[in-house]
Design a protein around this ligand. Structure first.
Ligand SMILES: [Zn+2]
Length: 289
């Protein structure tokens, strides 16, 4: 494989990160330059500077991995609680400054991260590889035979229903669902239940028993449907000491030996999972996939 110059954009709730990376062979890409814009202003104030920065480079592919929900065909954001962002044509706005835009892939931040982990990281070689992040929200992306899963739209794994723990009377923090994973196990759900920020809770707080219950049940449901060989699980909440090991052990118990337990691993790219995911999408677009 020859060297490729690729662009990646990770769209988050508070900032957009862009990178230009060189990709050669099967090793992870080397990031050559970065650009960052806060999304505190209007969408145009965030997207236009990035579009101008990207257009200064001779890119062979561009990947955009952003918060959603997304209209994948249109390249835009669907209805979102983030003020001013509903309906924004992110793909169009980010490619508007090129004389001739490079092949461009547009996907969710978690499908991007899942692709990056499959291509160069924790999920390498798997036929079905899952990436789940647990933080302000909960999201999951899945790669099947090298391609991010798309269908009616894209997966929204944070919103699967999970069995309520008998000791839990929390009002779900998800406005759409009374018993979904995100509504009961995201960072804001933990904080709401405890009455204080999750990071102020001790490692032995009972909150982590509930968190283990919900994450293990969520991963078990996803496992029985998608049969992943590898689950990479990360995000701010998983930085809690001991939680990762507890969830992995509990997943095994919940599955009850009926199906094989997937390998549960930390993402190789950690905080960079989103940006490397965007570059992985660019690499796929440059390959004509
Ligand atoms: Zn929900």
């Amino acid at each position: 494989m020859t060297d490729r110059l690729l662009g990646g954009v990770e769209g988050g709730g508070t900032k957009f990160l862009a990178a230009v990376a060189r990709c050669s062979g099967s090793g992870a890409p080397q990031i050559l330059d970065r650009f960052r814009v806060a999304t505190t202003g209007s969408p145009a104030e965030a997207l236009q500077p990035i579009a101008e920065w990207l257009a200064q480079h001779e890119l062979e592919g561009l990947g955009i991995a952003t918060f959603g929900p997304l209209d994948l065909a249109a390249g835009s954001i669907r209805d979102t609680p983030k003020p001013g962002w509903s309906g924004i044509d992110i793909r169009g706005d980010l490619t508007a400054q090129f004389d001739a835009p490079p092949p461009t892939a547009f996907d969710t931040d978690v499908n991007g991260a899942a692709l990056g982990e499959w291509r160069w990281g924790a999920g390498r070689g798997a036929r079905v590889s899952l990436y789940v992040t647990v933080g302000t929200g909960i999201g999951g992306g899945v790669i099947i035979d090298g391609a991010p899963l798309h269908g009616l739209g894209h997966p929204e794994m944070g919103h699967i229903s999970v069995p309520r723990h008998p000791d839990d009377d929390l009002r779900s923090t998800c406005p759409h669902h009374a018993d979904c994973l995100e509504g009961l196990a995201s960072g804001p759900a933990i904080s709401s239940r405890a009455g204080k920020p999750a990071d102020q809770l001790g490692d032995d707080d009972p909150a982590w028993d509930l968190e283990t219950h919900y994450l293990a049940h969520g991963l078990a449901e996803i496992t029985t449907v998608l049969s992943p060989e590898v689950i990479a699980i990360g995000g701010g909440v998983l930085e809690r000491t001991g939680l990762f090991d507890r969830v992995a052990a509990r997943l095994d118990e919940v599955l009850g030996g009926y199906v094989e337990t997937p390998a549960v691993v930390l993402p190789r790219f950690g905080q960079e999972a989103g940006l490397m995911g965007a570059v992985a999408l660019a690499d796929r677009a440059a390959s004509g996939a």
